[in-house]
Design a protein around this ligand. Sequence first.
Ligand SMILES: [Fe+2]
Length: 214
Amino acid sequence: MAIYTLPELPYDYAALEPVINPQIIELHHDKHHAAYVKGANDTLEQLEEARDKEQWGSINGLEKNLAFHLSGHILHSIYWNNMDSPKDGGGGEPLAADGVGDLADAITESFGSFAKFKAQLTKAAATTQGSGWGVLAYEPISGRLIVEQVYDHQGNVGQGSIPVLVFDAWEHAFYLQYKNQKVDFIDAMWQVVNWQDVNKRYQAAKASVPLISL
Ligand SMILES: [Fe+2]
């Protein structure tokens, strides 16, 4: 039985127009995300077989595949929920009046201001070399928010950091609509950020126990 399953989208394919067109959302979710789910399940099966047969010749490749597909599944699962239609409250910036003042304060404390944070995450996502992500993550040792530039789905990550807002900067996320204008896509992404969801993830991350103190 499959360990991981493809989550349903929290909206229909056209919900994020005009920022992201329906064709991109459909392919991205139904094909790309689904492939990471299958890849993670397949790799776990292959690792079980390797253990049973005590055949370790492919261990390096299998561990790399597990990190790649599992991280792809996790980041995309967060990504869909991090976004919402502007008519349903997506976009803008986190405000105390909307019940997300705690997140707004953490962003200001960690980056100096919302504008400075927005500039850093935009730059990190838009300048990713090859395929990757721009990520806002909670770092539990310091209790601060940090921006990470993630390579593929799993590289260049601070161990123990917890992603709360993720911008997919892979070409499959934008190329059908934005062609080679990755910066324009990342700039537009801010119009569909679901701050309620980001705040929910921030609160859950803050409640976690820093592993280094155990
Ligand atoms: Fe993606």
